[in-house]
Design a binder for this molecule. Sequence first.
Ligand SMILES: Cc1cc2nc3c(=O)[nH]c(=O)nc-3n(C[C@H](O)[C@H](O)[C@H](O)COP(=O)(O)O)c2cc1C
Length: 202
Amino acid sequence: MPMSAPDTLTILGIAGSPRRHGNSERLLDECLAGARAAGAEVDKLVVVECDIAPCTGCGGCAPSGVCVISDDMADVYERLDGADAVVVASPVYFATVPAVLKALYDRLQPYWARRYVHGEQVSLRRPGALLLVRGGGDPFGFEAAAAPTRSVFAVLGIDYAEELHVEGPDAPEDIERFPAELANAARIGRSLVESVRRESQR
Ligand SMILES: Cc1cc2nc3c(=O)[nH]c(=O)nc-3n(C[C@H](O)[C@H](O)[C@H](O)COP(=O)(O)O)c2cc1C
């Protein structure tokens, strides 16, 4: 549940690429700059810099709602729980998301256990967005790459507010040739902040 007051809201940005400073991270930075310009605090989580072991499917989280593996996910859980909105940026890798991001997603199984084994309610809705980049040149599109984030947001009670697709960028600087998409990422950042503010005034 978000802990911050509405006037100090925090947007968590998750950079899902194993390549630092590439196309999806640049989109994320633009989105977070938009959120900051709208008055939010931003928290950027670079997945490839975290030590995140894969879920082993041991079932250890089912009785307790807590993962039994000790690594950087403890920090990720805290940052996720403290966020008022979440934005994920990822490249498409073989039609879906890179292994580093999928490893983080699979370790969110304790949220599933708390909700569907223990029957805990999601007490507060939060908005979320997904920014996807792919080089293109294959017929598989963005659909399979979007599905894991949609699934994660559904379990965490994050409302899937926006999805941005950018097709074409491949080399790290290529995204600079897509100014409209960069501007759209910044708009999404502002829009997430406005949406949290609107919700908190209800
Ligand atoms: C292992 C790997 C798999 C990829 N698979 C796809 C793919 O299935 N479809 C596609 O359009 N691009 C694919 N790409 C290209 C990336 O999506 C593209 O280079 C993207 O701009 C990388 O974003 P990043 O700079 O944020 O890492 C792949 C790249 C790599 C390294």
